[in-house]
Design a binder for this molecule. Sequence first.
Ligand code: ADP
Ligand code: MG
Length: 403
Amino acid sequence: MPKKSLADVPASALTAGLTVVRFDLNAPLDDGQVSDDTRLRAVVPTLETLRDAGARSVLLSHLGRPEGRAVAELSLRPVAERLSELTAAPVTFVPAVSGPEVERAAREVGPGEALLLENTRFLPGETANDPELAASWASLGSVYVNDAFGAAHRAHASTEGVARAVRADGGVAVAGPLMERELRFLGRVMTEPERPFVAVLGGAKISGKIDVVEALLERVDRLVIGGAMANTFFLALGLETGGSLVEDDRVELARELLERAGDRLMLPIDVRVADALTESATVREVERSRVGSDDVIGDIGPMSLGMFAEVLAGARTVVWNGPMGVFEMKNFAAGTVELAEHVAQATSAGALTVVGGGDSAAAVREAGVYDRISHVSTGGGASLEFLAGERLPGVEALSDSED
Ligand code: ADP
Ligand code: MG
């Protein structure tokens, strides 16, 4: 069911009372300073839209995992300071999550201004989705905007609970622009992919991504598997994997998937190996049947890349999650970086390309092709759950378009 978005909210509703906005401001901090402001930059257009509309905004976000208590190092204060610099408009901060201090500060918010509350996870009610905590935020205003796709797979008070509470009070709960874009692109991939539809999966483990592998297998024309994930499939084929990262308890699953997928599933035919996964290790390219008992697989090989590139060149829809190798190390980065280039080329050739996963997004950025991908999802876990066909509670709780 399509959800209402910020654009559906009449201007009069934005100026009538406070607008409660959930962002994902979970930026890494180093020594009390924001060390990577990518997530903060991402919300600037939304903040500016709200400001230009004259909205009086109260902002919610989590930061890290304080586990229900106040942890000074995980305060959102430095985030408010950085946001103020990025938006050239003050984002004021109140060191409270809920209660009289918040209510007092909220009353002071003027038209076009924004107030950031303290880390929602400082209270145990956040992850417990406590209705009272949700109601305390809902009582602030009658418009709720969720622009935190990365937190949408969690039924927390600031995502699911507050949306339901606002609606129960007769208000409206809508998707912000970032959330709306995520749902539009991921939705297209899941419901009406142009064919051929190719998925590329990689990364460290099958175990965390079984649901995605299974769900995509049903939908795609080709499922390409690389990264350490491929190693467990190699074991299922009876191949030597030496000291590579494998999941012994998933070999049977890999065997089953191979059987079910037939020739829709493609594995690397060659790999890059070394005697250890270190920056200084000397790398050899070998066919997958030539991996020795002392070898460690760190990347896919050039022949595999050529094969994957050919599949990507013919694709109309591409989903990529998970690096092809240990791309953090220069000597094992080629497979991932070159694959990123081929995904970018597929985009230029007219394919819809979607990249999900934190490490994959970083790899795309490193490869310098970020702007040549149709959509790079910022929600790691949330995009995986979406691609696995699961419903996201933070999205489900929003007002339906027809309401
Ligand atoms: P994403 O964050 O994009 O979902 P994952 O977290 O699943 O991706 O996997 C990324 C990690 O997988 C990277 O840290 C990378 O080093 C690791 N990886 C990929 N291939 C291998 C390999 N052959 N051996 C060990 N680790 C690997
Ligand atoms: Mg990761």
